[in-house]
Design a protein around this ligand. Structure first.
Ligand SMILES: [Zn+2]
Length: 149
């Protein structure tokens, strides 16, 4: 049984070193966040853990204005953008695939981090829209983002 469990934990990662890095990163994160207050104090057993971060959320689309020469319809993860696509771009503190619930985006459904933005630093996020008009409509919003993990 033990062998199976450890395989599950690492099966996502091709490189076992990367897996160890993630484990250490998680431990370090938990250690650091224990200073952040009572929000992290409770561990609800097997429940997936979410925490909320107040973020500056801007929007972008695949147009040249938003993406310049990088407007090739493919995100930093190799994800091919489709019509009606919804995902987020974050800085490196949030791993690709990190699940988030962003107030007012994607009908409150979970979206994943599938892209990176060079200018995105700190408590900032970019949400994706197919058209520049939709991105402009979003504008800049300071809202709560629920993050899994
Ligand atoms: Zn645009």
């Amino acid at each position: 049984m033990e062998r199976v469990q450890s395989k599950n934990l690492c099966s996502f990662f091709v490189n076992p070193k990367a897996c160890i890095g993630v484990i250490f990163g998680t431990v370090a994160f938990c250690f650091l966040s224990s200073f952040a207050g009572p929000v992290f104090a409770e561990d609800a057993g097997g429940e997936p853990r979410w925490h909320t971060v107040h973020m500056r959320v801007t929007a972008y689309c695949p147009c040249a204005k938003c993406c310049g020469e990088w407007s090739d319809g493919v995100t930093a993860t190799g994800h091919k953008i489709f019509q009606g696509d919804r995902f987020a771009a974050a800085d490196r503190r949030y791993a690709f695939g990190t699940e988030m619930v962003i107030t007012g985006y994607n009908n409150g459904e979970i979206v994943k981090v599938l892209d990176r933005g060079g200018a995105i630093k700190g408590d900032r996020l970019d949400v994706f829209f197919n058209t520049h008009e939709e991105a402009l409509q979003w504008g800049v919003q300071y809202i709560d983002v629920k993050i899994r993990g």
